[in-house]
Design a protein around this ligand. Structure first.
Ligand code: SAM
Length: 346
């Protein structure tokens, strides 16, 4: 079954321009998923509301959708500025001075006030939250899977309630290099999902086509994948999404390489990824490159695993896989360049 994509229409509305971390295309996507695609069969769940930009787009869609009467956006967030980038954003965009560890719940409440009756807030650490077993989820917007523990929680607690043949998952961080595990996990689950939108800003949308066996979901949430398996998964995902997603995922692959093999390997891989890129540079690409400018393997390991030493070290097979894949990339890059230059010369 194909799905209409009203968010691509030239006059598509975004529903809300409330301050937040979303691009315009993602806003249109969220608004139209809630406005046009949502049938009212299950809940609309937003994981990672921050100051309410994604909340407002989803709530505006529900407001304008006759099938959504009586439904809410279930908005999850700790509403605590736990990281410097949240503190900086609030200072720069809202002109509010808050310290790391302080609540920004008041900003969220103000920003979402016009939709208050369409929002059910679930405040607190997501790792301790539960979703009611009997309630199916029809739209799941994920902007919180910033660590492997959070990604595992999203899979174990929320993916289990998706409706086969209907539910949509929007992964907002799909193309962010630090979240290279998201395309890996989705590749692992691709027997059960199809991709219905390969990229609106950083977001990719999947539809659940068949029920995911609980042991498969459990394995996905544990994320015990070797480096070689992760790299192969990223390459498969590159082929599925096409351009420009493929070029964004090349940077994610560099992040995976750097996380396992350190800064020097990271820089070599990045130089090759930039050489191979064929996209028109855009915000997702330049944000990815900006993130790369400050790459530290130990920082990513700590972010993903809590304690860097908990990351399983690469095996000899992983090392061989890395070398082999670098050779293949070089050959592929040369062939692509010769075709490109041949074409230009012709
Ligand atoms: C990138 S922001 C979300 C941006 C938002 N969707 C928007 O439209 O602007 C990520 C959010 O995840 C939240 N978060 C991070 N870790 C969390 C946790 N353990 N529990 C609950 N929320 C968490 C942060 O508080 C932050 O608001």
């Amino acid at each position: 079954m194909t799905i209409a994509k009203p968010w691509l229409a030239p006059n598509a509305q975004a529903g809300s321009y409330a301050l937040g971390m979303l691009g315009l295309e993602e806003r249109k996507l969220l608004y139209h998923l809630a406005r046009n695609t949502y049938s009212g069969e299950g809940a609309v769940v937003e994981l990672g509301a921050f100051c309410g930009a994604s909340t407002c787009c989803l709530a505006a869609g529900l407001r304008d959708n006759p099938r959504a009467a009586g439904h809410h956006v279930h908005s999850y967030d700790s509403f605590i500025a736990s990281e410097p980038y949240l503190v900086e954003f609030i200072g720069a965009e809202f002109g509010a001075t808050i310290e790391t560890g302080q609540s920004f719940a008041a900003i969220f409440r103000r920003a979402t006030a016009q939709f208050a009756d369409l929002i059910e807030v679930h405040a607190g650490d997501l790792l301790e939250q539960r979703w009611p077993a009997a309630m199916p989820i029809e739209i799941l917007f994920v902007d919180v899977a910033k660590t492997l523990a959070l990604s595992g929680k999203v899979l174990g607690e929320f993916f289990a309630h998706l409706i086969p043949g209907k539910s949509l998952v929007v992964h907002q961080d799909f193309y962010h290099p630090t979240a290279f595990y998201l395309p890996v996990v989705m590749d692992f689950l691709m027997d059960y999902f199809s991709i219905i939108e390969t990229g609106r800003d950083s977001s990719v949308v999947f539809r659940l086509e068949a029920a995911i066996p609980s042991d498969k979901l459990h394995s996905a949430s544990l994320y015990k994948f070797s480096f070689a398996r992760q790299q192969a998964a990223l390459r498969r995902m590159m082929r599925r999404v096409g351009r420009p997603g493929r070029d964004y995922l090349r940077i994610s692959e560099c992040a995976a390489i750097g996380t396992y093999f350190g800064e020097e390997r990271f820089r070599k891989a990045l130089a090759s990824a930039i050489r191979q890129a064929r996209l028109e540079p855009d915000r997702v690409w330049s944000d990815g490159l900006a993130w790369c400018g400050d790459f530290k393997a130990s920082r990513v390991r700590a972010r993903l695993y809590g304690v860097p030493s908990l990351m399983p070290p690469p095996t000899p097979y992983d090392k061989a896989h890395l070398i082999w894949s670098a050779i293949l990339s070089t050959v592929a890059g040369r062939i692509a360049s010769s075709r490109l230059y041949g074409y230009r010369a012709a």
